[in-house]
Design a protein around this ligand. Structure first.
Ligand SMILES: Cc1cc2nc3c(=O)[nH]c(=O)nc-3n(C[C@H](O)[C@H](O)[C@H](O)COP(=O)(O)OP(=O)(O)OC[C@H]3O[C@@H](n4cnc5c(N)ncnc54)[C@H](O)[C@@H]3O)c2cc1C
Length: 549
């Protein structure tokens, strides 16, 4: 209702509520990246536009808020002492899950044979995942894991045959029943144990053969989305570390022996349940050969790492949109904030950073769309850890800077910034944290040095003529050939990510690529955002990031 009956309560110079936004139509940079790297088909574009409008609605934003202020609860027993082992979620969480699954974010890249569903499927899905992460990231945990689980299931055709049809179903079904009675299923993953997460060879959970199945005894220290219908877990079998599929309901229809101890009390990601669990001789089936657990699960992990990058891009855009909206409306010292040269420099620099990250993320998604192209396979293999380290690790500082653009309003809980700030570090931790990503790249490069050199040579061609590109390549080569490569791995990987981002940008946004190369590849950027850009470019970057004025 307009106006106020209270003489002391005239509100002015506060920005108007963001209200309904169009996450596709107002994100020109996203549209350009999607067109450049894959899904430019008119039908797909129309579908992405509808998705962006729906997910940008104030109603969806409210679901996101409610799902986080009403975190899930673990109910282990009913009032009579019977085990129920259920996690209860707020209806807003279910609404988000339903919308994401209806749009197929959990499965849209997979055809009925587990192969690529259609050309450009990964890029189109990445666009949807990113827009959905702008609204709420917690519910994406089961969505992302369900999608990625197919990577591991491909190692075991019988399991793929049993599970893929229900994975591909878009009818969200949260009931706790045997998969045969459900319209759709979701899957989770259990690798991390108390004594080690990165070092999964240190898993102590044991698997004992039991007829054609196995019985698993041990624990997992983090196992998210505990209401999933099955989990890909690692355990030590007689033949070594092995990947298993552990359903929550046994084939006989009983509850499997997963003893949930508690849910984590987390810094952020509050809508998502992350459990500590013990397996008491739980039923499971082998997924892939015994002893090849890492090789099998890594196919799932590669996909979730891509999604960490895309989820991180969603958080970047959500924070940036808030910052741009604020500076366009708030007046300080007789001028709009956006017209204050220093604030313009800060926000434009944030836009530049985000555009480069976006280009890198969508270039990476494109590589997954070409499983038969040797160069793209190498790109996906070597650049996934590079992009994950670089993009995910930039999020906390980026969100913090966006938050500060809002001044004190950025620091209150009612504002989405507080939630974004708490969510910000998570993608970097999930699925292998920063150092692990850097070491992963080094290992990959050492395993296939010629492919790595070919990749760097291609990036050199794509960035030819951009400011500082040649020096950046020399620096990368120097760091990678240094005697203490491991200690230099972060610097090398960061420099490579920036080079790859410039290369990706140059494919469709040459002016942005030029500015990015000038400001980032030379290593002159300061620790904080705010490198000034020419006015025309600064305003154009803001428009590309959030077209609505
Ligand atoms: C909200 C949330 C949900 C999660 N959900 C799941 C889930 O569903 N399933 C699951 O399996 N796991 C899950 N995890 C666990 C997560 O994947 C791990 O926490 C992560 O992989 C890191 O493992 P760790 O915690 O054991 O840390 P550690 O392995 O102990 O690593 C600690 C630090 O040391 C660094 N480090 C490790 N090795 C080296 C090295 N050789 N050289 C230099 N540095 C090194 C790492 O980069 C990290 O910074 C979840 C975590 C969180 C926070």
């Amino acid at each position: 209702m307009a106006g106020s009956p209270f003489a002391t309560h005239e509100v002015f110079n506060q920005v108007p509520p963001l209200g309904d936004v169009d996450l596709w139509g107002d994100d020109l940079a996203l549209q350009a990246a999607v067109a450049a790297f894959g899904a430019s088909d008119a039908k797909e574009t129309a579908s992405l536009a509808a998705f962006g409008e729906r997910w940008g609605s104030a109603e969806m934003a409210e679901f996101g808020r409610l799902a986080n202020v009403n975190p899930p609860k673990l109910r282990t027993y009913d009032p009579h002492g019977y085990r129920v082992d259920r996690v209860e979620f707020h209806p807003a969480y279910h609404a988000l899950m339903r919308e994401s699954m209806t749009a197929g974010i959990h499965c849209s890249t997979w055809g009925s044979d587990g192969k690529l569903a259609m050309p450009g499927a990964f890029v189109a899905r990445a666009a949807r995942q990113m827009m959905s992460a702008e609204v709420e990231q917690g519910h994406q945990c089961p969505i992302v894991m369900t999608h990625a689980a197919v990577g591991a299931l491909l190692a075991e055709p019988a399991l793929l045959h049993d599970w893929l049809p229900k994975i591909r179903s878009c009818d969200y079904d949260p009931s706790f029943l045997s998969p045969s009675l459900k319209m759709s299923v979701t899957l989770g993953m259990g690798m991390t144990e108390k004594q080690g997460g990165s070092d999964i060879r240190a898993n102590t959970t044991r698997a004992v053969p039991d007829g054609s199945a196995y019985r698993i005894t041990g624990h997992k220290w983090f196992m998210s989305a505990p209401m999933s219908d099955a989990f890909l877990v690692l355990a030590q079998a007689p033949g070594g570390l092995t990947c298993f599929l552990m359903p929550r309901v046994t084939p006989e229809g009983g509850m499997n022996a997963l003893d949930f101890k508690r849910l984590k009390d987390k810094l952020g990601n509050c809508s998502n349940a992350s459990s500590e669990v013990e397996f008491q001789g739980a039923y499971a089936r082998c997924c892939g050969p015994e002893g090849e657990g890492i090789k099998t699960i890594i196919r799932m992990v590669a996909l979730t790492r891509l999604d960490c990058v895309i989820g991180a891009l969603g958080i970047l855009r959500a924070a940036l949109m808030q910052a741009i909206h604020h500076v366009r409306f708030r007046t300080v010292f007789q001028k709009k904030l956006v017209d204050q040269p220093l604030m313009r420099a800060v926000v434009a620099d944030l836009c530049l950073e985000r555009e480069a990250a976006l280009a890198l993320g969508f270039r990476l998604a494109r590589a997954f769309d070409h499983p038969d192209d040797e160069d793209e396979i190498v790109y996906a293999r070597l650049m996934t850890p590079v992009a994950k380290l670089y993009v995910c690790k930039m999020v906390p500082a980026f969100v913090y800077e966006c938050l500060e653009c809002l001044g004190g309003n950025g620091y209150v809980e009612e504002n989405p910034m507080a939630r974004l700030y708490r969510e910000a570090p998570l993608n970097a931790i999930w699925e292998g944290s920063g150092n692990i990503m850097a070491l992963d790249f080094l290992r990959g490069g050492a395993r296939e040095p010629e492919a790595a050199q070919r990749l760097i040579a291609k990036l050199a061609r794509e960035t030819n003529g951009l400011p500082n590109a040649r020096a950046a390549i020399e620096q990368i080569q120097k760091l990678l050939s240094s005697g203490s490569r491991e200690a230099h791995a972060r610097r090398a990987v960061e420099a490579l990510a920036q080079l790859a981002a410039a290369a990706a940008l140059s494919a469709y946004a040459p002016a942005v690529a030029e500015a990015y190369a000038a400001h980032r590849l030379g290593g002159i950027a300061g620790r904080n955002y705010g490198d000034p850009l020419p006015d025309v470019l600064a305003l154009d970057l803001m428009k590309r990031s959030f077209a609505r004025a």
